[in-house]
Design a protein around this ligand. Structure first.
Ligand SMILES: C[S@@+](CC[C@H](N)C(=O)[O-])C[C@H]1O[C@@H](n2cnc3c(N)ncnc32)[C@H](O)[C@@H]1O
Length: 368
């Protein structure tokens, strides 16, 4: 058994290196990576796969200690899991974790994922790289069986959210948007880049769950087969305008002199019926899981990106109402909801002029 400490996540024991990350983006300390803060991310995988509710072969392609793989094998019924990592240093941890949890349905694998997926295909493929997943997406698609599911994390938040635009252009061939909508923009650029890879194989996608949390983006995609599905998917890519002076924003299927951010995925982020089947009971971060499930389930999925209360208050120069009260007011005139992207942001289908005039009405300054 390699050196380390045992932590319990969900109902699974995991041996991890003594020296590991406990927050932030996480970095390798010692030879093998583990980040305690990603427990929530692993919880979501468990809840997600339980909600799929059918027998699945799973490849956790970049598993490090095997933490996600052994949690899935232990906590999701009817899964056959391959816990793969290119680094030989990870194998003693993966093997210890398989035997510590008495798992018959999990095997350790020490391969470059590109060669693994050239040989074998799975119902569910998980990519969790350091930084950008872009170099691995084509192989992951090849490694996904017909109508399989792809789950992809991106931790290169700075390029995707526009803090490093040249890198976003290089990696994702998209123009990122800055400001309050940068995280929604980053998530939708990641999804667009996956869509464009799928299209090359005449495959389409239906997102089941997509989110931004802590320092990363994550999306779970149901692959759809055939050129028609791929075309339908491509129709959901597009561009946006955002004028920081006027707060004007809109989307367009085509690039023009106004709509120059993107391309983004402009389709839904989640399948809300699917999300409503997910259950947080017994998760490591149960309270947080419940909060996010509630947000995802009720999040309005409009093409127009989030508004933020701070954005409106600095434009109107009046104090904001409470977000919940303001959303209630917006809902009396159209549709609106909180968003998981940021606790001070919301989504609405109302036009900007209505949002602004209702903001003025709702401001505590207007009542004094
Ligand atoms: C961020 S860590 C994964 C963390 C892990 N999923 C968890 O939840 O703890 C990324 C891992 O990808 C592995 N990796 C990098 N390139 C790879 C490749 N081409 N094939 C397989 N694994 C690779 C690294 O060795 C590293 O362990």
């Amino acid at each position: 058994m390699p050196d380390g400490m045992v932590i319990r996540e969900g109902s699974t024991d995991i041996l991890v290196p003594e020296l590991h990350s406990s927050g932030g983006p996480g970095k390798i300390q010692g030879g093998v990576f583990f980040n305690e803060q990603m427990a929530f991310n692993r919880d979501v995988s468990v809840m997600f796969l339980r909600a799929v509710g059918r027998e699945l072969t799973v490849a956790d392609a970049m598993t490090a200690t095997g933490s996600r793989a052994v949690r899935i094998a232990n906590e999701v019924k009817c899964t056959q899991v391959t816990a793969n990592d290119i680094s030989p240093d990870t194998i003693p941890y993966i093997e210890a974790n398989i035997s510590m949890n008495n798992l018959q349905n999990c095997v350790a694998s020490n391969r470059n994922l590109h060669s693994l997926f050239a040989d074998e295909a799975f119902d569910y493929v998980d990519l969790d790289p350091f930084g950008s997943p872009v170099p691995f997406i084509q192989s992951a698609i090849l490694g996904c069986r017909k109508k399989g599911i792809l789950a992809i994390t991106a931790t290169d938040t700075a390029p995707l959210a526009g803090a490093h635009a040249p890198k976003c252009r290089r990696r994702y061939q998209s123009e990122p948007v800055r400001g309050y909508m940068c995280h929604e923009g980053g998530l939708r650029i990641l999804m667009c880049s996956i869509a464009r890879e799928l299209a090359k194989f005449d495959r389409g996608m239906k997102p089941l769950l997509s989110f931004y949390a802590d320092h990363y983006f994550r999306t779970y995609i149901q692959i759809e087969e055939g050129a028609e599905k791929a075309d339908k998917m491509m129709d959901q890519l597009g561009y946006m305008e955002y004028n920081m002076e006027t707060l004007e924003r809109s989307t367009s299927k085509h690039y023009d002199s106004i709509h120059k951010y993107g391309p983004f995925w402009l389709g839904p982020l989640h399948d809300q019926e699917f999300v409503s089947r997910m259950d947080a009971t017994g998760m490591a971060a149960e309270k947080r899981c419940r909060k996010y499930l509630d947000l995802w389930k009720n999040e309005l999925d409009t093409e127009v990106f989030v508004y933020d209360m701070s954005e409106l208050s600095s434009y109107i120069k009046k104090s904001p109402a409470k977000l919940a009260d303001f959303i209630e007011l917006l809902n009396a005139h159209g549709k609106a909801s909180p968003t998981h992207i940021c606790p001070t942001s919301f989504k609405t289908d109302l036009p900007l002029k209505d949002v602004l005039s209702l903001y003025i009405d709702a401001s505590p300054d207007s009542k004094s």
